[in-house]
Design a protein around this ligand. Structure first.
Ligand SMILES: [Zn+2]
Length: 263
């Protein structure tokens, strides 16, 4: 587990994925063209950044790793639980479909998603050769999007949960993530008594949510046993990551790229 630097880009990789027939990069905010609160490798096109800088950032990422920019499949992330199975790159003329999980078994597709505190979950089935990225904020986590994605991998590609590797990427830590009572209620509705362990009380008595434990637990319940956690907090480490919470909404999005086949 650790960071790598190439062409001014600094990115994180999971140890468990390294020996596998995939390439993945959880990109930090370093090495891009964006300025101000978006400095510098912002990949979010709807956060107020200069659109030309955002395009330049995407192109730099694809050039650096040697992939065709038009191989990408990405989506408009909406905090739901829809998971799409991509059978080809997204046509540039087609608007982004709305979804919070993307899967593929195609080597000519690069999966790409954007984050700033929400949990990136990377999935790999080395047996059926299937990959996926999930975007799990509190809403998706409360609705058990990780389980939905594992089930969808089974339905679309015949993947068995016991074969899967999962990586829980950089996202907001429990100490930084104060939430309201409506969040607690949503988890209680979904997880019953189990929800209790996902919450703690901060100094002021407010609830704090542990998205890492909740997602690890959800993956376990879905039958996934090989789970690696980065345990890197986006809000604690603004030098590397964008944090929607710590930067009061005025910030960028870091990119996650995952594709089958070696780079
Ligand atoms: Zn933190």
């Amino acid at each position: 587990m650790g960071f790598i630097e190439t062409n001014d880009l600094r990115y994180f990789q999971f140890d468990s994925f390294k020996g596998q027939d995939v390439f993945h990069a959880v990109l930090t905010r370093h090495g891009g063209a964006s300025a101000g609160p978006f400095a510098s490798l912002n990949t979010g096109g709807t956060v107020g950044d200069d659109p030309q800088a955002v395009v330049a950032n995407h192109e730099k990422i694809y050039q650096t790793f040697g992939y065709d920019y038009y191989s990408r499949f990405d989506v408009w992330q909406v905090h739901g639980t829809d998971i799409l199975c991509a059978d080809g790159p997204r046509s540039p003329e087609t608007p982004h479909p709305k979804a919070d999980g993307i899967l593929t078994d195609r080597e000519d597709v690069t999966l790409f998603m954007r984050f700033a505190d929400c949990v990136p979950i990377l999935l790999l089935d080395p047996v059926r050769r299937v990959i996926g990225i999930i975007h799990a904020g509190w809403q998706g986590t409360a609705r058990q999007i990780a389980r939905v994605a594992v089930e969808k991998m089974g339905a679309c590609y015949g993947s068995r949960p016991g074969d899967l590797l999962a990586g829980i990427g950089p996202s907001i830590c429990p100490q930084c993530y104060e939430v309201g009572p409506e969040v607690v209620r949503a988890f209680q509705r979904s997880y019953g008594g189990r929800a209790e362990v996902y919450f703690s009380h901060g100094k002021n008595g407010h609830f704090h949510l542990d998205l890492w434990t909740a997602n690890r637990d959800t993956l376990h319940m879905a039958g996934v046993t090989r789970i690696e956690e980065s345990r890197l907090c986006t809000a604690c480490h603004l030098d590397d990551w964008y944090s929607h919470r710590a930067e009061h909404g005025r910030t960028g999005r870091f990119g996650v790229l995952l594709t089958l086949g070696k780079a």
